[in-house]
Design a protein around this ligand. Structure first.
Ligand code: ZN
Length: 376
């Protein structure tokens, strides 16, 4: 993925991100907007690893059951990251990047309004806004009571590379890792380093139950939440793919598939691709006002409201009202193409020393939808 190389860096920075959009959030004291629940199965489509306390084995559900689980906080963090991009939210983990976290609970971005925030304002006063979306740990579904056997992978934590400005030209960017459907252990590094760690991952195919509930969401917030959970199906991306064997002639690579999530550790090594399988159902959604008035009525929303919610979500689809260059880049990163032939690896230290000015290859020439997704 560095220019002129056949291999691809495991991550890309997408952006620049747009101006943060803030508004006065719906508060918690009054029931308003929409509530509901969404549940389904999260299936690992590559091996998956979410570190536990010792960092090297899969996170185990605390205390009694000892069943593996993806912690709710990891799932929430993954989703928040997407909502920040799709809903033009602030960046709370900017590190040395742009510091643009929300500081007033009267003016919040969509990510803070939905997932909550805790910051200090200009006068160093603590500002806290509790979230309105709630997550449970994603517990492993055990087939006939058995824990699937784990694989072992040697990794080096962190991106093994020095500061390379040519990769980070604009700070208003966000880091995403490519899915690596086929060659997921290919990122090389020196075997003998003391920094290496052995991790124990769960194999591809394992399934987890996931569930989240929410209340007091606006139509706009619900549209973004649904989009970030469902993503999109049937997307085709073309990328320029310089092939060394063609002596510099550019070739084009066509990748197609569905968009999927990526979670946990060892993502540069190809782990953590996650397919969420669920169907949002109208009867699981309700108007919060109705719930407050009478707990006996289900308060289910009408067909018209349901249509409005689905339409709001689809505005973020490719070619939709809210589509943007940034969302096109995001799709190129979330695309899980079964036939992806790209080889992913970090450049080594020698490469960085010799190629100080060299940046990354373009990763998106064109994008289109393969077949219209049926709206439900
Ligand atoms: Zn915010």
């Amino acid at each position: 993925m560095p220019k002129n190389e056949a291999f691809w860096n495991p991550y890309r920075l997408i952006g620049p991100t747009e101006e943060v959009r803030r508004y006065e959030p719906q508060t918690h004291e009054k029931y308003q907007g929409f509530g509901g629940k969404i549940q389904g199965i999260a299936r690992a489509i590559t091996p998956i690893f979410v570190g536990g306390r010792d960092g090297n084995t899969f996170r185990t559900k605390v205390a009694d059951t000892k069943v593996d689980a993806i912690p709710a906080t990891s799932f929430k963090g993954m989703l928040r990251n997407l909502v920040e991009v799709v809903g033009k939210g602030c960046n709370v983990v900017a590190g040395d990047g742009v510091k643009n976290a929300c500081k007033s609970d009267k003016q919040l971005c969509m990510a803070c309004a939905m997932f909550g925030m805790a910051q200090r304002d200009e006068n160093s006063k603590n500002v806290v806004f509790p979230g309105k979306v709630f997550f449970q740990d994603l517990v492993l579904r055990q087939k006939s009571g058995k824990t699937p056997s784990r694989g072992t992978l040697t990794i080096r934590p962190g991106a093994p590379q020095p500061k390379h400005e040519a990769f980070y030209s604009d700070r208003r960017r966000r880091k995403f890792y490519f899915h690596q459907p086929n060659i997921w252990t290919n990122a090389p590094f020196k075997e003998d380093s003391k920094l290496n760690r052995k991790i124990k991952y769960l194999p591809a195919g394992v399934e987890f139950d996931f569930a989240l509930t929410f209340y007091n969401l606006t139509l706009e917030e619900l549209g973004v939440l649904l989009y970030c959970l469902e993503l999109e199906k049937g997307i085709e991306v073309k990328v320029e793919c310089p092939d060394q064997s063609l002596k510099g002639k550019k070739t084009e690579l066509t990748l197609s598939g569905d968009l999927h999530h990526k979670i946990g550790g060892a993502r540069p090594y190809g782990l953590g691709s996650l397919a969420l399988e669920f169907e949002a159902k109208r009867e699981d959604f309700y108007r919060c006002q109705d719930r407050y008035r009478d707990f006996k009525t289900s308060g289910s929303i009408t067909e018209e409201e349901w249509d409005r919610i689905r339409q709001e979500k689809e505005k973020y689809h490719l070619g939709g009202e809210y589509d943007s260059q940034l969302l096109k880049q995001l799709r190129a990163m979330l695309l899980y193409a079964e036939e992806d032939p790209r080889k992913f690896q970090y450049p080594d230290l020698d490469w960085f020393l010799k190629n100080k000015e060299v940046g990354l290859k373009e990763f998106l020439s064109s994008i289109r939808r393969l077949n219209r997704e049926k709206s439900t």
